[in-house]
Design a protein around this ligand. Structure first.
Ligand SMILES: [Zn+2]
Length: 493
């Protein structure tokens, strides 16, 4: 949207202002909506190229947010003078690189049909040489650790249960699992395509070394023919009553490598220092990243701008910070965190939890803000994570004091694992997402099925900001409550 259009919208919002008492409140709301719109307009602009970690779009995003937060009066919240404001996070993107399979029978190399195998690893490079092959049928009975150690388990494809069986065999001690693809829906091509997508992780995460191999039924037939067996005869064995895993007269050499690309990215952390700090803290967070250039040419719109997801959350976070900074000073420290790599698996939030600026058990409450700007003003507030933390009673008390209605429960909690608060919950930080945009599950689902994670999540004329403005005011009240030792005593948590 152009600046001119923003001005028109702001003027439209100014129309119909009632007299005196409500007048001040309404003009404050208009101002707030204008501020939210300005942030969303800026951060979802094409020049940010979809805010992808490690790109110029990241630099631009953090420059913009950093200036906003500095001007509002925040200070660096990293508590690390070597990295003021920006806390480095190293990611790795992994994708399958090379792979190789070879088979022998009594030391003699067997002919392998070209293109009949695929080997994948969860590690950087994994190799197993001349390992005896143990036929485990459909994997209904998992052999003992002694039977599996140093062996390749040959598994008949059980369609959707296949990967469950593979994992069970690897966990039980198999050196590798070789799955026979004799389900027509399962081809080497579609397994390779599914795995060719990059997998992302924190560079600090330890690598596995599992070997996962596949062979087509015709490929296996060729290997078994000299011993008078076939895929069909193995299947008959597996389906006979009393089947027990049995060694085959085969040995396998399997190797796979993974290529790694390192990505240097950052969490941004600001702070409003408390007037009477008692070591406890309140945390507000929103992810700054999105998918970058997500649609290949020749599509006209190639950029996933992430206006709702999550320029809207950054806008709300920033305006909460402004109002907290302007109002009376709070006793406790309040941290503001813009996370990286949420879209790649909550990785920035995990990195924050691994290396926090304040001990995690000192955080009394964390409020995540993700994909707001969906609903109009005056809606009840949803609590994603309701019933999962110890702070429900305090949230209810704030809602009562603010005359706000709360919703939440199981339908909403299906989203709890898909937001940054989940990474903090793993460390027992009471983290919830509170937004009026999330109280109407039909509206949330319509977004998920529509613009969510698509290039169409750009700034639209007439974007609904009523609910987001409500969110700002409620989050300000919630933060002030938890930052006040009279409201939330330190010992009670
Ligand atoms: Zn997202």
């Amino acid at each position: 949207m152009s600046r001119f259009a923003v001005a028109i919208l702001a003027m439209a919002l100014l129309v119909a202002v009632p007299a005196d008492a409500a007048k001040k409140r309404d003009s404050a709301t208009v101002e707030l909506k204008g501020q939210l719109l300005a942030h969303i307009t800026e951060l979802s602009d094409d020049s940010y190229e979809g805010r992808e970690p490690g790109t110029e779009g990241e630099a631009k995003t953090l420059r913009y947010l950093g200036k906003q937060w500095f001007d509002i009066g925040l200070e660096s919240g990293t508590n690390n003078p070597a990295h003021a404001w920006f806390s480095p996070v190293t990611l790795v993107a992994r994708e399958p690189d090379g792979n190789r399979a070879a088979f022998t029978r009594r030391g003699k190399r067997l002919f392998l049909l070209p293109g009949s195998t695929l080997v994948l690893t969860s590690g950087k490079r994994s190799l197993i040489e001349n390992a005896p092959v143990l036929f485990v049928g459909k994997g209904a009975v998992i052999p003992t650790r002694a039977e599996l150690a140093g062996r390749v388990a040959l598994l008949l494809d059980g369609a959707e249960e296949g990967s469950v069986r593979q994992n069970a065999l690897l966990e039980a001690g198999a050196s590798a699992v070789l799955t026979v693809l004799d389900d027509p829906d399962q081809t080497l091509e579609n397994i390779a395509a599914r795995r060719a997508r990059k997998g992302y992780a924190l560079a600090s995460e330890e690598l596995g070394g599992d070997l996962e191999a596949y062979i087509t039924a015709p490929g296996l037939d060729r290997l078994l023919a000299p011993g008078g067996q076939s895929t069909a005869s193995l299947r008959a064995l597996a389906e006979a009553p009393g089947f027990a895993p049995r060694p085959l007269d085969l040995a396998a050499t399997l190797e796979a490598t993974t290529s790694e690309t390192r990505i240097n990215t950052h969490n941004m952390i600001g702070k409003l220092a408390g007037r009477k700090p008692d070591g406890k803290a309140v945390l507000l967070l929103a992810h700054w990243d999105h998918f970058g250039r997500c649609v290949p040419p020749p599509a006209e719109d190639q950029i996933c701008n992430g206006a709702i997801d999550n320029a809207s959350g950054l806008a709300v976070l920033t305006e909460v910070a402004r109002r907290l900074a302007k109002g009376p000073p709070m006793d406790r420290d309040v941290y503001f965190l813009a996370t990286t790599a949420e879209e790649l698996g909550l990785l920035g939030a995990h990195a924050f939890a691994e290396n926090p600026p304040v001990p995690l058990d000192q955080i009394l409450a964390a409020f995540n803000i993700d994909s707001v700007a969906l609903g109009p003003a005056g809606q009840p507030f949803a609590v994603v994570g309701k019933g999962m933390t110890r702070i429900d009673p305090a949230i209810a008390a704030v809602a009562k004091a603010q005359k706000k209605k709360l919703t939440g429960g199981e339908a909403l909690n299906t989203y709890v694992r898909r937001q940054d608060g989940w990474a903090l919950m793993q460390h027992d930080v009471p983290a919830v997402m509170i937004s009026s945009s999330w109280s109407d599950i039909a509206r949330v689902e319509a977004f998920m099925e529509g613009d969510y994670h698509r290039a169409s999540d750009g700034l639209k004329p007439g974007i609904e900001l009523g609910g987001a403005a409500d969110d700002v005011l409620f989050l300000v009240a919630l933060t002030r409550w938890f930052a006040d030792p009279k409201k939330v005593p330190a010992a009670a948590k």
